[in-house]
Design a protein around this ligand. Structure first.
Ligand code: G
Ligand code: G
Ligand code: MN
Ligand code: NA
Length: 254
């Protein structure tokens, strides 16, 4: 497979990079954490989307090495962030369902924390609902290990996958991320608004935080602030950016 060998080469030659998108506290505008987003620059200056190489990476098992690299790079970035005076920010890494099922994610995170001497909560993860559905017992064990070592878990794209209320009841989940399909027309569509209100109430009742993703305009942001959504993320607040631009964003005017 040509593509698979290109991915293998990209890992070996360190071609991947991470961009970072701030997650912002709605009421204050304070940056709460950063979501790491994998980027594979190609020679023409554009990037190959993770959507185009993660599925093949999962089929070939290369996702294990990519995942390891992402956590390591996130840890390296946290060291640099701390040096720049932003060590209070955590970095959240996306973990796909196959990756969650095939690797001991808690061990990978724990390893990175130890090797780079980070504080326990410095790295966090984002999972989709499907990660928790495939093998209930091993998912529960993995979630408990993550929680015990202080690794926060957010449920990504919430409301679009197959989910079970029993998981929300039983598992140590820190935050729900409302999928952007509900956020996009929340100020204009009463049905989207009802779903967002319900997710916010559900999260808060269960002691979880709630993040709205894909916030692209002031109308969405105003609605989310008025409705008590704790955190917001999207182009209206900040785009994903490389580390240099991130430092400029975090230190305006310096
Ligand atoms: O940022 P972007 O739109 O390109 O992300 C596309 C998809 O790729 C999203 O679903 C995102 O969660 C996923 N993704 C981004 N970075 C990573 C990563 O490091 N690992 C995995 N498994 N998925 C990622
Ligand atoms: O599946 P996940 O939620 O991890 O995907 C994150 C993806 O969403 C990334 O590819 C990121 O680049 C993208 N993204 C971030 N903010 C916005 C936004 O405001 N609008 C849209 N359409 N995409 C966004
Ligand atoms: Mn995500
Ligand atoms: Na998402």
């Amino acid at each position: 497979l040509r593509m698979a060998s290109r991915i293998r080469q990209a890992i070996e030659q360190n071609e991947f990079m991470l961009h970072f998108q701030p997650v912002v506290e709605t009421a204050t505008g304070r940056v709460e954490k950063l979501e790491a987003l994998l980027r594979w620059p190609s020679s023409d200056g554009t990037c190959i989307s993770p959507e185009d190489f993660i599925p093949l990476s999962e089929e070939t098992g290369l996702i294990i090495d990519i995942g390891r690299w992402v956590f390591e790079e996130a840890a390296r970035t946290h060291v640099a962030l701390t040096r720049a005076g932003h060590g209070d920010l955590s970095i959240a890494v996306n973990v796909s369902a196959v990756q969650f099922q095939r690797t001991d994610v808690a061990a990978v995170v724990g390893d990175a924390i130890e090797r780079f001497e980070l504080r326990p909560g410095a790295l966090a993860i984002e999972l989709t609902e499907s990660s928790l559905m495939a093998n209930r017992r091993s998912a529960t064990a993995a979630m408990r290990r993550l929680s015990a070592q202080g690794t926060h878990v957010s449920l990504d794209d919430f409301g679009t996958g197959f989910s079970s209320m029993a998981y929300l009841r039983d598992l140590p989940i820190d935050a729900l991320k409302i999928d952007r399909v509900f956020v996009s027309d929340v100020y204009a569509n009463e049905r989207s608004a009802s779903i967002c209100r319900a997710i916010i109430t559900l999260a808060h009742t269960l002691g979880m935080a709630v993040v709205a993703e894909g916030v692209e305009n002031a109308a969405q942001l105003d609605w989310l602030a008025a409705t008590g959504c704790d955190f917001v993320q999207g182009y209206q607040l900040a785009r994903p950016m490389d580390f240099d631009r991130l430092l400029t964003f975090l230190r305006p005017g310096e």
